[in-house]
Design a protein around this ligand. Structure first.
Ligand code: SF4
Length: 214
């Protein structure tokens, strides 16, 4: 019989330790529409910049209809410090228009519908489902991908395949909050270059650490 490397108890313990070593950052909004808009803007942008831009958009436009009717130049000015601002200014307006026209202003609650929105992939859709609707989902971004493969939780450089591996391995009760927690852990401890393995609270479980420790 093949021995399971990570039992549910071990995974739960790992998640608990990561969480206490690097508590997650949560974006400011709880409303699914603003979580979607914030997540669209967050790619390649610092959290503080994304938060500030989302807050300004919300203060000016308030809801989906308001943003759908916004002028491109105004939005561009508001999200001035966000990375890829020209693409994202168009994208947030287009997203608001589509949700207004197709879904009567309500963000859809399924992965299939969310991923039909231009620029919304599985990662963004899973963030919206988890954070906006509290539907158990695992968003695999660059941090989750890297950490999962270093740990031995997953064995693929493809985010979609890694998501499927994680969905099989990790007990569903741990899915909510997993992404923001691992993102912080990836920024502070399991960094892309120079992971802080000697400070890491889960090194005893980590394949990468076991292979590379001297
Ligand atoms: S031991 Fe090192 S590689 Fe493994 S999870 Fe911790 S920081 Fe990352």
């Amino acid at each position: 019989m093949v021995r399971k490397q990570f039992t549910d108890e071990v995974i739960e313990e790992m998640v608990k330790r990561m969480d206490s070593q690097s508590p997650p950052h949560h974006f400011e909004f709880q409303d699914p529409f603003w979580i979607l808009i914030t997540t669209i803007m967050s790619h390649r942008t610092k959290d503080a910049v994304t938060d500030a831009a989302a807050r300004k958009l919300f203060e000016k436009y308030n809801d989906c209809r308001g943003l759908a009717e916004a002028k491109y130049e105004d939005v561009l000015q508001i999200i001035d410090k966000v990375g890829f601002k020209t693409v994202k200014a168009s994208r947030v307006i287009d997203t608001a228009r589509l949700i207004l026209e197709k879904y009567d202003g309500h963000v859809p609650q399924t992965l299939e519908s969310l991923t039909t929105i231009k620029g919304v992939g599985r990662k963004t859709a899973n963030v919206v489902l988890a954070d906006g609707f509290h539907i158990p989902s695992i968003a695999v971004d660059t941090h989750v991908l890297r950490i999962s493969n270093r740990l031995g939780w997953a064995h693929s450089d493809n985010p979609d395949k890694t998501e499927m591996e994680l969905r099989t391995l990790i007990p569903e009760k741990l899915w909510l909050g997993l992404n923001p927690m691992m993102v912080e852990f990836g920024k502070k401890i399991c960094r892309p270059v120079g992971p802080k393995c000697t400070e890491c609270s889960i090194s005893e479980f980590c394949d990468f650490y076991k292979k590379n420790k001297k």
